[in-house]
Design a protein around this ligand. Structure first.
Ligand SMILES: [Zn+2]
Ligand SMILES: [Zn+2]
Length: 910
């Protein structure tokens, strides 16, 4: 056995083996499934070929081999609970597969699988088992064909060929559609691997419940189309779909008892020990945290490379959750500071050759990991303490399950994902009410937006169009490839109405005012995709008798395109000759915005860096909106550089080159592909300036011929769209002109109002501001002078109370500063005495009292006077014995309050 093969060599030898047998090596598709919104993550090699099996998509090869990135953390295939607790489950994993699309079948598939496992990889033939389908319900024939091929293999023990029913050995994509028997290869790893020896009556067997027999490879033979629960029709073309878990085969070939002890994980484990300072023995005793941290860090590394950064919703939540879960487990082995970037570096070095996107996005991966760890660190301690309290309470009250709303609160307040709360609860034999958690999450709208993008059309309606398609093909009104779609070359074309519907019902005729859906054999109307909105326009009878205003275009089922609108004139009729016209002005606006979007994307890379990647886009006629990943706020200088950069490329009048290429060629040439976008084998590439490319993207949208056609590009706003995501909104062409025109109008008006010109307006406004400021100062000074004059006048009213000069006056409009100044003036005039001044400012009474030092010694106290007077005006106040002030609420009582002060002085002195 070639035990020395490394994981990387095993992967390569798999690809090479099938390449030598005529297979095209296909790159793994993104973890974000293209075009399939029902799926959170790519979870099998099959995902990127699904449409080929369904007959919707075609490739120019019939044999393919790949190593597909997969993620299983949610939905039907949710392995998260097992990750870390055993040696075989992962969140992220690679799936090796070879594929035949109507090419070779069972004989070759089995022969090659056997040869690769035994001759090439040296597995012991006597330990291998094959399973074959035999229907437990008796409806579908036994797969004798596969059994015969197995018997003919060199060294195959015929007693090792076992039959299993539908649960184990029949594969279906859905309730109906392509399906077929499968044949699995299992490996007997020997008695030592049995982990259930202690269970009475346990027997080790294939598809049993112990770890001795491992499923190695599943070969699926797609030969039927299931039309109903018990009806299967043979498929005209038969396919092969195989899948082999990469980590598992590496563990078998390297003969280790855990996926985590293969060379795929050893460097990560070494690094973890180095960082935590633990020994190998310590690690072996407490292996779980190492497994979780290694698995989750690897998964997060791959996710971020595919554009999935930590966040609160959907895929982004998963990324956040696994990082935090890993961080929590890491604390149990003493890793409390951000460390994941160092593990991620090991992952990137290990996998970068097979998955270059890891190397390309290294900085973004490391930054995102560290940032998320820090975010979690800030709240985790208080979160864990709070959770501890909740669990204690629960135990004391005899409860078993933590309230879902409380679990949600832990997430919303302390950032503890449900999965971590559940981990901790389970460690003390408690559980969490997950349904309650999800309900609370819904309530808090954290998941708003998820599910919005799912089709608007009901299932019945899709069925109507499927049937319509079938009939139109039968009557030869449509070719089997369906409605011809070409939004690129012509905006007007002649055609015939071959389908007329209203609310899913087929019509012969539709009167004015009816909402309709129209099918024609060919169309130039663009269907919303890649952020670019659908075209609008008209469908008019060639004889001029009727017209339909088209407001939307959709593809409800394979082969069918419907124009949605309403009859605005006459009676629309089936089979009438028509003219289709796309709204040209609107479309030109859209094309300007789309090409400008590509220029903007390129400019963002230039100004901000390669990490600024598209994470959402809207190309509408009136504006473009572009979301991209960037951790920080964007400065005005950067924004100016971006805007002016785009305008320079517009003025340079670069021609656009649009070409069809194979996906492989385009990717090899460095074309920018978007995550979550679905690409067929043939892709459309849009290059701005073929000779000196400024931008090179895969794009199905419509574009201007020359960047000069865009006119002008103006950024309207920039801001945050979500955590780590920025958003720019901009206008071009007519929209930009409108912005300029309306802003000019505002400027002209401002110039008129300030008696200046547009050029002088800033200087003028700033001089007006100076003038206002100096007037304000002057006003304050005059008021003070006026108050002073009035006070000096009132100084004559000083009365003697028991021989002491006392003045109590009201100075309307005096502020507290000038009131204080007046008390000084009083004391300059009278070396011994008491002054009380009241005022009303903004309808609020204020008062101040000053007492000279000598009188303080005789028991007079300004604070006491002020308190008593303040009580009368409904307020309060205080201060020192020599000077105190107060405010109140009732200005009408001010004279009474002032009089009360004199009365109090009199009482004090007597
Ligand atoms: Zn066993
Ligand atoms: Zn585009």
């Amino acid at each position: 056995m070639t035990t020395k093969m490394t994981g990387a060599e095993i992967r390569q030898s798999f690809l090479d083996y099938f390449k030598e047998r005529g297979h095209t090596v296909v790159a793994s598709s993104s973890l974000v499934p293209g075009g399939d919104q029902t799926l959170l993550f790519t979870n099998a090699g099959m995902v990127q070929f699904k449409d080929v099996f369904l007959g919707i998509d075609k490739r120019d090869y019939t044999r393919a081999v790949d190593s597909q990135k997969c993620m299983r953390v949610a939905g039907k295939h949710n392995d998260l609970d097992d990750v870390g607790r055993d040696d075989t489950h992962h969140t992220f994993f690679e799936m090796l597969g070879n594929w035949s699309f109507g090419d070779y079948y069972k004989k070759e598939a089995i022969e090659w699988a056997w040869e690769l496992l035994t001759d090439v990889w040296g597995l012991d033939r006597s330990r291998l088992y094959a399973t074959v389908f035999k229907d437990d319900k008796g409806d579908i024939p036994t797969d004798d064909e596969a059994a015969e091929v197995w018997k003919a293999q060199k060294g195959m023990d015929s007693s090792h060929i076992l039959y299993f029913g539908r649960k184990e050995n029949f594969w279906e994509m859905a309730d109906t559609g392509p399906c077929g028997p499968c044949s699995e290869i299992h490996m007997d790893r020997g008695e030592n691997y049995c982990d259930r020896k202690h269970v009475p009556g346990h027997v080790c067997r294939v598809n049993g419940d112990c770890a001795r027999f491992l499923e190695v490879w599943n070969l699926v033979f797609i030969q039927y189309n299931r039309v109903s629960a018990d009806r299967f029709e043979p498929l005209p073309a038969k396919h092969v779909d195989t899948g082999m878990g990469f980590d598992r085969i590496v563990s078998i070939i390297q003969d280790v008892n855990s996926n985590y002890r293969t060379d795929l994980f050893i460097p990560m484990m070494d690094k973890l020990r180095e960082l935590s300072g633990k020994t190998s023995e310590e690690m072996d005793e407490n292996f779980t945290p190492y497994r979780v941290v290694a698995d989750h860090t690897r998964a997060a590394t791959f996710l971020i490379a595919d554009g999935v950064v930590p966040g609160n919703v959907g895929r982004n939540y998963v990324c956040r959750m696994i990082i935090r879960r890993a961080a929590r487990f890491a604390t149990t082995i003493g890793l409390n500071e951000p460390f994941m970037a160092q593990i991620a570096n090991v992952v990137i070095d290990q996998y970068g050759k097979a998955y270059p996107e890891l190397v390309k996005n290294r900085k973004s991966i490391l930054d995102n990991l560290t940032r998320e760890e820090k975010r979690f660190q800030r709240t985790v301690e208080s979160g864990m303490a709070h959770l501890g309290d909740l669990l204690d309470e629960l135990t004391k009250s005899g409860g078993k399950s933590l309230n879902g709303a409380k679990a949600f609160e832990l997430y919303a307040t302390y950032g503890l994902p449900l999965e971590i709360t559940r981990d901790v609860a389970r460690e003390v034999n408690l559980d969490v009410d997950e349904i309650g958690f999800k309900a609370s999450m819904e309530e808090h709208k954290l998941q708003s937006g998820a599910g919005k993008a799912f089709g608007t059309m009901g299932g019945d309606q899709v069925e109507v169009y499927r049937n319509a398609f079938k009939k139109l093909v039968e009557s030869k009104q449509l070719t089997p490839s369906g409605v011809q779609y070409d939004p690129y070359s012509r905006l007007e074309l002649d055609s015939t109405v071959i389908g007329l519907f209203s609310e899913g019902e087929e019509l012969e005729e539709a009167a004015q005012g009816t909402d309709v859906e129209v099918i024609v054999p060919q169309t130039g109307f663009y269907i919303e995709s890649g952020g670019q909105v659908s075209d609008t326009g008209t469908i008019t009878a060639r004889n001029g008798s009727w017209e339909i205003q088209v407001n939307d275009v959709q593809r409800p089922a394979a082969g069918i395109i419907i124009h949605i609108g309403s009859v605005t004139r006459g009676n629309a009729r089936l089979n009438d000759q028509v003219k289709l016209r796309v709204d040209r002005e609107r479309r030109m606006d859209i094309m300007r915005n789309h090409t400008a979007t590509h220029l903007l994307h390129a400019q963002l890379h230039k100004v901000l860096g390669e990490h600024a990647r598209q994470s959402g886009s809207l190309v509408a006629p009136d504006r473009l909106r572009f979301d991209f990943t960037h951790p920080d706020a964007i400065t005005q200088e950067q924004l100016d550089a971006i805007e002016s950069g785009v305008n320079q490329e517009i003025l340079a009048s670069h021609p656009l080159a649009i070409m069809e290429k194979s996906l492989q060629t385009a990717m090899a040439e460095g074309a920018m592909a978007l995550f979550g976008e679905k690409y067929g084998e043939k892709v459309r590439t849009v290059t701005i300036d073929q000779e000196h490319p400024i931008s090179y993207e895969l794009c199905g949208g419509t574009h201007v011929e020359n960047t000069g056609d865009i006119g002008t590009f103006i950024i309207l706003n920039e801001g945050s769209a979500a955590a780590g995501i920025r958003r720019i909104e901009a206008v071009t062409g007519r929209g930009a002109y409108e912005v300029i025109r309306s802003r000019n109008r505002v400027l002209r008006r401002a110039a008129r109002l300030t008696n200046s010109s547009i050029e002088e307006i800033v200087a003028k406004i700033s001089s007006i501001q100076d003038e206002v400021e100096s007037l304000r100062v002057q006003l304050a000074r005059s008021r003070q002078e006026w108050v002073k004059a009035e006070f000096e006048e009132k100084l004559k009213d000083v009365t003697l109370v028991s021989g002491i000069p006392v003045l109590s006056v009201v100075l309307k409009g005096a502020d507290i500063d000038s009131m204080r100044q007046m008390t000084d003036i009083f004391r300059q005039k009278h070396s011994s005495g008491v002054v009380a001044i009241g005022s009303v400012v903004n309808d609020k009474p204020m008062l101040i009292v000053a007492v000279t030092e000598d009188l303080v010694k005789r028991g007079l106290n300004a604070g006491e006077f002020v308190r008593q007077a303040a009580a009368i005006v409904g307020g309060s106040g205080g201060g020192r014995p020599v000077l105190a002030q107060a405010g109140g609420k009732d200005p009408a009582k001010l004279p009474e309050a002032m009089a009360s002060i004199i009365e109090l002085i009199r009482q004090k002195l007597n």
